[in-house]
Design a protein around this ligand. Sequence first.
Ligand SMILES: NC(=O)c1ccc[n+]([C@@H]2O[C@H](COP(=O)([O-])OP(=O)(O)OC[C@H]3O[C@@H](n4cnc5c(N)ncnc54)[C@H](OP(=O)(O)O)[C@@H]3O)[C@@H](O)[C@H]2O)c1
Length: 279
Amino acid sequence: MSKVILITGSNKGIGFGSAKALLEQAPEFKTIILTARDPSLGESARQALGHLDRTDFIKLEVLSETDFIKLDVVSKSDIQAAASFVQSKYGHLDVLVNNAGWAMKGSAFNLEIVQRTFATNFYGLKDMCEAFLPIMSPNGHIINISSSAGVTPILNNSDLASRFLDPNLTEEGVVALAEEFTKYVGEGTWKDHGWPTWGYAVSKNLVNSYSRVLHRDLKARGMNIRVNTVHPGLVRTDMAGPEAELSLEEGCVVPVQVIRDESDVSGKFWRDGNHFDYY
Ligand SMILES: NC(=O)c1ccc[n+]([C@@H]2O[C@H](COP(=O)([O-])OP(=O)(O)OC[C@H]3O[C@@H](n4cnc5c(N)ncnc54)[C@H](OP(=O)(O)O)[C@@H]3O)[C@@H](O)[C@H]2O)c1
């Protein structure tokens, strides 16, 4: 079956590395749509992959190829334009990889940093899911790139953890958690209310909770679209720096494993090649 996949933030890092690995290894993907907020960076990435585009020269048939869309996940108009483009050109999307992410380097922490982190990592990812769900194929797969920082023990607060893991949590409830943390950071009272001084970790906990709730709600509506999250490992990219444990190729192994997974596993957090209930 020839599938269409879109990866956000694929001009570099894990998004780019995963696209490259798919072109090399995954013939089931006919079209790999790269996206980047800076079109020139995105086109350079596409050119870098160009020699990997696969053609069967005997049949003169393109087996797999790349496409490119400018996409800043903080821009609702970019997101809507991307969804419209995919619908009109391909009719549907099989796999959506919400990979774009941002983390403040160092330990600086303030309201502006939290807002920027949440805008990309949580709200942008949520807007992407909402815009693309109507054009996902019936057995489509949404893969949200999370982090080992996205599990509740990181929050170091069991009451807060149980709110993130609440089986009755709704999408609105996840947004309310994001708004609560942002409000307390603005007031300077987040520690008094038991929240950590780490916007990135809270953003990835929001991603995990949102993904769990989305999976549950789609299933309740009788839909077969799968939703999983992935911790790629600690990978030597611009975000994690040169001291991280894994090379880019190694860090794309689990994301590519989940992207290619055709089982019915959904609503899980993948790390180290295995999948877990959210914790
Ligand atoms: N590296 C690790 O060890 C590690 C560990 C756990 C999880 N992760 C997660 O893996 C994902 C990829 O990270 P990475 O390590 O590959 O980082 P990276 O090399 O810094 O790449 C991040 C990508 O996201 C893009 N991006 C940032 N803000 C965006 C926006 N508003 N709209 C669209 N794209 C945007 C960046 O584009 P620009 O080039 O324009 O900035 C870049 O393409 C992130 O979600 C990250 O949280 C990484």
